[in-house]
Design a protein around this ligand. Sequence first.
Ligand SMILES: *Cc1c(COP(=O)(O)O)cnc(C)c1O
Length: 221
Amino acid sequence: MMFLNYPNNPTAAHAEWRTFLEAVSFCRKYNILLAHDAAYDLVTFGKYRAPSALQVPGAKENVVELGSLSKSFNMTGWRIGYVVGNKEVIHALATLKGNIDTCQFMPIQKAAAKALTSDLTAVEKNNSVYEQRIEKLYLALTELGFHTEKPKGTLYLWVGVPKGESSLSFANRLLEEAGIIVTPGTAFGDNGEGFIRISLSVHAERLDEVIRRLKALNKRR
Ligand SMILES: *Cc1c(COP(=O)(O)O)cnc(C)c1O
């Protein structure tokens, strides 16, 4: 199985349709199942629309895509998502799930169905809030000399740590000296070394305080 996740947590990277075209063809050639975790497919900014792996012609032969309502519909903790794509894989998953747990509480299923068939204006409203937060923090971080790219989707900024720091040492310093909690990149695997992930789940005024503290920390260095 090949597992992809775009827009990506933790790196906030996005993919274009071509990436899926290549991945689907590659997987088809080597008889690999492609599972695409599309948890952030609706959490996108500006003109960018996250493509689905299932847009590739014939993708249902070897692709499943998994969605979650946790982020796009603020249903985090309600534990509901879905899988679409290859029939046999979905059937196998249903058999497995049916034997290891029970179905989700019916009102949550109904709320999810309502959300997924809605006109998505609520999602757009959420996205514009996230976009404003990202814009604010991105500008401040860039001014302070941090290396980061402005994401086209997700709730995260993936930020390079200053020279001479490791992911963990910098995350610890932010916590101990500035009271800011971030996730060290290495929490997601060795390849996350050199980065921290900032989650934008707090409101704009709180981010102003984060920026104030980062500036103070920068002066002390
Ligand atoms: C949040 C998230 C999910 C969805 O998790 P739930 O269990 O539905 O809350 C899936 N994949 C990634 C990468 C996520 O960040």
